[in-house]
Design a protein around this ligand. Structure first.
Ligand code: URP
Ligand code: ZN
Ligand code: ZN
Ligand code: ZN
Length: 463
């Protein structure tokens, strides 16, 4: 396959080039028009004139088929990875969940079973450590050898996921020894639970109270506490879903001190705000995620963090629950609204809007959505770059095409969109996953089961 006439975009910028794909990998990146002079005959040519040619998006934070709050997120590995491909994402990294009292290995094995035969694109796993004990600490070493090289801990959600400081520091020491990355959901869950109880006792049950009971200060406090423990232990630390300027400031200070501390944010924090939680008729429940949506003024601080590399990655935290069913569990009590927002399909388009609005450069778009995620989680240069030998995970993106997002037409298995009616300039035209065209011109041609597990190495992004 020869992709001709496009602008190949990388963290170094955009340059006209033709891309030659042989089987599952890229075989050459050529000066425009040189393929015929070199005697190269392609079976198939994709005309990318006027389009961007991007490394396939890598979404390192998804929750497919995840048990939460008495229900399950409604995209499984088939519907979720298909929707990802529609949006130009060719690799996801999902989170097997350890049960309290259960083993980590058991969780990873279960996730392999969920993904195998279903995934349409490649996938890796981080493991959620919900029960740090002697057994799970030992299991971390074995999982690193299996290519699960990152572990998510929670300072939020007491009784469900929360690890106490003694557990956190043990996991960090273990990661410091075996080279794994600790991922942190940083919010002071114990303090938040008390604020929530006060709100409920005062009779506040509507979705907006989800936001009002989770102050930014208790995100920043947890980020600081975790960053200090990472410094003491020497563990690399990656903060998931940062939502506020105050949290980013703590990360900035740690990075300025030369520490292996990294931040991720998500499209919902860049584009939505707390007023969405106050929508009438329980519609606010559609916007309940954790951390909560913030005042609109936080958005500019997050964009700034993305420009300065104090935030290194944008991932979706895709965790969909239907409005008509799952979200209704919290109709009379915001505590029972399953947390999460659907978004795996629209990350590339939303970030492209950041490019057209001048928030980030074209090169930075590719860096935060593909190149850095690949390096951060040990998949580079197999993933995240268009270069000889890399997997041919390639997106042809038309920056001039327009589209309107709607639950009527999206491909996620969920009955609403938080971006309903939003109009975009820019659209995915063609997607190759390991050399196979899985999407072209509005037609999906991938198949469940073709996606492969990516055995990851340690993070390649220290400092
Ligand atoms: O609201 C969210 N983020 N749900 C998924 C679980 C998590 O904390 O990432
Ligand atoms: Zn989280
Ligand atoms: Zn998450
Ligand atoms: Zn989440």
């Amino acid at each position: 396959t020869l992709i001709t006439g496009g602008q190949v975009v990388s963290p170094q910028g955009a340059a006209p080039a033709d891309v030659l794909v042989d089987g599952e990998t890229v075989s050459a990146v050529l000066a425009p028009g040189t393929a015929s002079a070199l005697g190269i005959q392609a079976d198939r040519t994709i005309d990318a004139s006027g389009k961007y040619v991007l490394p396939g998006g890598i979404d390192v934070h998804t929750h497919m088929d995840m048990p939460f709050g008495g229900t399950f997120s409604v995209d499984d590995f088939e519907t979720g990875t298909r929707a990802a491909a529609w949006g130009g994402t060719t690799t996801i990294v999902d989170f097997p969940v350890q049960k309290k009292g259960g083993s980590l290995q058991e969780a990873v094995d279960l996730w392999h079973a969920k993904a195998e035969g279903k995934a349409c694109i490649d996938y890796g796993f981080h493991a959620i450590l919900a029960d740090v004990n002697d057994m799970s600490l030992k299991e971390m070493d074995a999982l690193v050898d299996q290519g699960v090289t990152s572990f998510k801990l929670f300072m939020a959600y007491p009784d469900v996921f929360l690890s106490t400081d003694d557990q956190i520091i043990q996991a960090m020491y273990r990661a410091s020894d075996n080279g794994a990355t600790i991922m942190m959901h940083a919010e002071n869950g114990a303090a938040i639970d008390q604020i929530v109880t006060r709100a409920i006792n005062a009779g506040h049950t509507e979705p907006k109270w989800h936001g009002l009971t989770r102050p930014i200060a208790l995100e920043a406090e947890a980020v600081n506490r975790a960053a200090q423990m990472a410094d003491v232990t020497g563990a690399p630390l990656y903060f998931v879903h940062l939502s506020s300027g105050a949290a980013v400031d703590v990360v900035t200070a740690a990075r300025d001190a030369g520490r292996n501390v990294f931040g991720e944010t998500c499209p919902q924090y860049l584009f939505l705000d707390e007023s969405d939680l106050a929508r009438p008729d329980f519609e606010g429940a559609k916007y309940v995620c954790t951390p909560a949506l913030r005042p609109a003024e936080e958005q500019a601080k997050l964009w700034r963090g993305l420009r300065t590399n104090d935030l290194s990655v944008v991932a979706t935290d895709h965790c969909p629950f239907c409005f008509a069913t799952g979200k209704q569990l919290g109709k009379d009590d915001f505590r029972a609204i399953p947390n999460g927002i659907p978004g795996v399909e629209h990350r590339m388009d939303l970030l492209h809007m950041g490019v057209t609005k001048g928030e980030i450069s074209l090169a930075r778009w590719v860096e935060i959505s593909a190149a850095t995620p690949a390096r951060m989680f040990g998949m580079y240069p197999k993933k995240g770059v268009i270069a000889p030998g890399s997997d041919a995970d390639i997106v042809v993106y038309d920056p001039a095409a327009t589209q309107t997002i709607s639950a009527q037409t999206h491909h996620m298995n969920v009955d609403y969109s938080v971006y309903e009616g939003w109009e975009f300039t820019g659209k995915v035209e063609t997607v190759l996953s390991r050399g196979e065209i899985v999407l072209h011109d509005g037609e999906f041609s991938g198949s469940p089961g073709r996606g492969q597990f990516v055995k990851r190495s340690l993070s390649q992004y220290l400092i």
